[in-house]
Design a protein around this ligand. Structure first.
Ligand SMILES: Nc1ncnc2c1ncn2[C@@H]1O[C@H](COP(=O)(O)OP(=O)(O)OP(=O)(O)O)[C@@H](O)[C@H]1O
Ligand SMILES: Cc1ncc(CO)c(N)n1
Ligand SMILES: [Mg+2]
Length: 523
């Protein structure tokens, strides 16, 4: 929670799925743990039941304190029974005094007395992070917590939250009934809610009227992010809110930064909705969806990485020789590139010794994760696995992409270098996430590399079903000409020398970022 320094200061050894289990000399493993404090949904699509399923699906242990029992199915909520606050308190004490939770997540807290006992227990047993889903109105329109909780939410619960995740109706209720019907109004609601004290606000747009996209607005007090996905046409959306908040809690418990936790959670909900869009459970208007899609056979259907094609915008590729020449460490180079606006990093260390490279890669993973920027490793699947990077980039003569996918699993990002439409098609078939296409212009960074020119790039983009990043001889002077080619799937440029064969990486990255932004707004 705010007062406890927040989640960024966690020990590095808890930062990833595998590393979240710290082995001691007695072989005791620390497992990432979440506590959900929420209501039971007898139909098991939302509430406590959803929270348990999400955490299990994301590999995190979840304990549960039940605040209310609802008689609820796919037709709606028939009846609600609140547990006595004293008994909620006993459950809280029981688990908080025993377990070491990484994150506490709250859902339905239907009376001020229940919020009061929660606050008391959180002050008796401080936890590292608090995710507050201020459940008040379900998508089906049922009131799950009335206006009696508003003042204690506003004055005491929200200010200690690391993130709050209201839907549009809840955001409106918390703000005294303001109208929220557009993304612009969601942004201004997020800003006003942030003034109540939470570190981050996520206003969810699942129930926004008349929107073809499902847009969530993220605001951390400085920056806005709009997280968009195409709206899935399905009746099975019951429990999306609880699922999103629990998945954020689970990812935080494993050590993610807030922004990447939210991105992964949004992707998880989106995949689950897509996977189960036509399942039939219950006879009512709003059915539950399937959280365990990760156990299903089709690998494409349960991809859940934080990868967003827009991250290809300013793709920085490191080069050990250039860093040596300018006498800087790879870690400093990566830091400066991120600070200057790089949106994804690839470590390309052709000459480094494995052990040295691994240590550097581990440090870079830590930096990138704390900034919510993905880190990929060039060629070296072994290094990517060992440092738990977000993915790899491979060339046509490296390991085949389908094999890389089976080694790395469904959550990792895979990029492939492609010069021709045929290669782009194969990359898509093999399960890659994006392609890098070039060399667009002649370059010294890669020997014997055929230049395909802007025309070649255009042809590859046209044929590619995957997002494309252009590479090869690109810099500040010619980036605009690249972005000008008419291809909606061309998401950005990858650069080496333009950033790293320079005296000041930070300045050059900022300059390139500005150029790219300008060329984007022009087209
Ligand atoms: N049909 C949909 N297609 C894609 N994403 C969706 C859809 N409906 C909801 N979402 C996403 O699911 C998440 C939860 O959003 P929503 O606004 O529905 O929360 P909620 O109303 O609290 O959910 P609940 O149904 O549990 O009450 C958000 O990330 C939202 O963008
Ligand atoms: C118990 C419970 N919590 C939360 C929601 C919100 O979807 C719900 N429908 N039921
Ligand atoms: Mg909803």
């Amino acid at each position: 929670m705010n007062s406890l320094g927040g989640i960024r200061s966690w020990p590095a050894s808890w930062r990833s799925t595998t590393a979240s289990m710290t082995t001691t000399t007695e072989s005791v493993r620390k497992v990432a743990q979440v506590l959900t404090v929420a209501g039971s949904d007898s139909g098991a699509g939302a509430g406590i039941q959803a929270d348990l399923k999400v955490c299990a699906a994301r590999g995190v242990y979840c304990a549960s304190v039940i605040t209310a029992v609802t008689a609820q199915n796919t037709r709606g909520v028939q009846s609600v029974h609140l547990l006595p606050p004293q008994f909620v308190s006993e459950q809280l004490k029981s688990v908080l005094s025993d377990f070491e939770f990484d994150v506490v997540k709250t859902g339905m807290l239907a009376s001020p007395e229940i919020v009061e006992v929660l606050l008391q227990n959180l002050s008796d047993f401080p936890v590292r992070a608090l995710v507050v889903d201020p459940v008040m109105v379900s998508t089906s329109g049922h009131v799950l917590a009335g206006s009696s909780v508003l003042s204690i939410f506003r004055e005491r619960l929200l200010p200690i939250a690391d993130i709050i995740t209201p839907n549009v109706k809840e955001a409106s209720a918390l703000l005294g009934g303001v109208r929220i019907e557009t993304v612009a109004e969601m942004r201004s609601a997020a800003k006003s809610l942030h003034e109540m004290g939470p570190r981050v606000v996520l206003v969810k747009g699942g129930d926004l009227p008349d929107s073809s996209d499902s847009v969530d607005v993220y605001f951390d007090g400085k920056e806005f992010h709009e997280l968009r996905s195409p709206r899935v046409a399905t009746r099975n959306t019951h429990g999306t809110g609880c699922t999103l908040a629990s998945c954020i809690a689970a990812e935080l418990a494993k050590g993610s930064s807030m922004l990447s936790a939210v991105k992964v959670a949004k992707r998880f909900v989106d995949n689950a909705l897509n996977y189960s869009k036509d399942i039939a459970i219950g006879s009512g208007k709003q059915g539950p969806f399937d959280h365990f899609l990760g156990l299903k056979k089709d690998p494409q259907s349960y991809r859940c990485s934080a990868f967003n094609p827009d991250d290809l915008f300013l793709y920085a590729v490191t080069d050990s020789r250039m860093n040596q020449k300018w006498n800087r460490s790879i870690v400093d180079a990566v830091k400066a590139a991120i600070e200057g606006g790089a949106t994804i990093i690839q470590l390309r260390e052709k000459e480094a010794e494995t052990r040295v490279f691994l240590e550097e890669a581990k440090s870079c993973v830590e930096i990138c994760r704390s900034h919510g920027v993905c880190l990929l490793i060039n060629d070296r699947i072994d290094i990517a696995l060992a440092c738990d990077a977000d993915g790899v980039h491979v060339g046509q003569s490296d390991m085949p992409v389908d094999l890389v996918r089976s080694l790395l699993g469904p959550d990792k990002i895979i990029g492939v270098s492609c010069k021709t439409p045929e290669q782009a098609h194969q990359a898509w078939k093999d399960g890659a996430d994006y392609i890098g296409s070039g060399g667009v212009f002649p370059t010294n960074t890669k020997a014997n590399n055929r230049t395909i020119g802007l025309d070649g790039l255009g042809e590859v983009c046209k044929a590619s079903k995957l997002p494309v990043v252009a590479i090869g001889g690109i810099g500040i002077s010619n980036a605009e000409s690249v972005m000008r080619i008419d291809a909606p799937n061309l998401k950005g440029v990858a650069v080496v020398s333009a950033l790293f064969d320079q005296e000041c990486v930070l300045t050059q990255t900022k300059k390139l970022h500005k150029t790219l932004k300008e060329s984007k707004t022009e087209h």
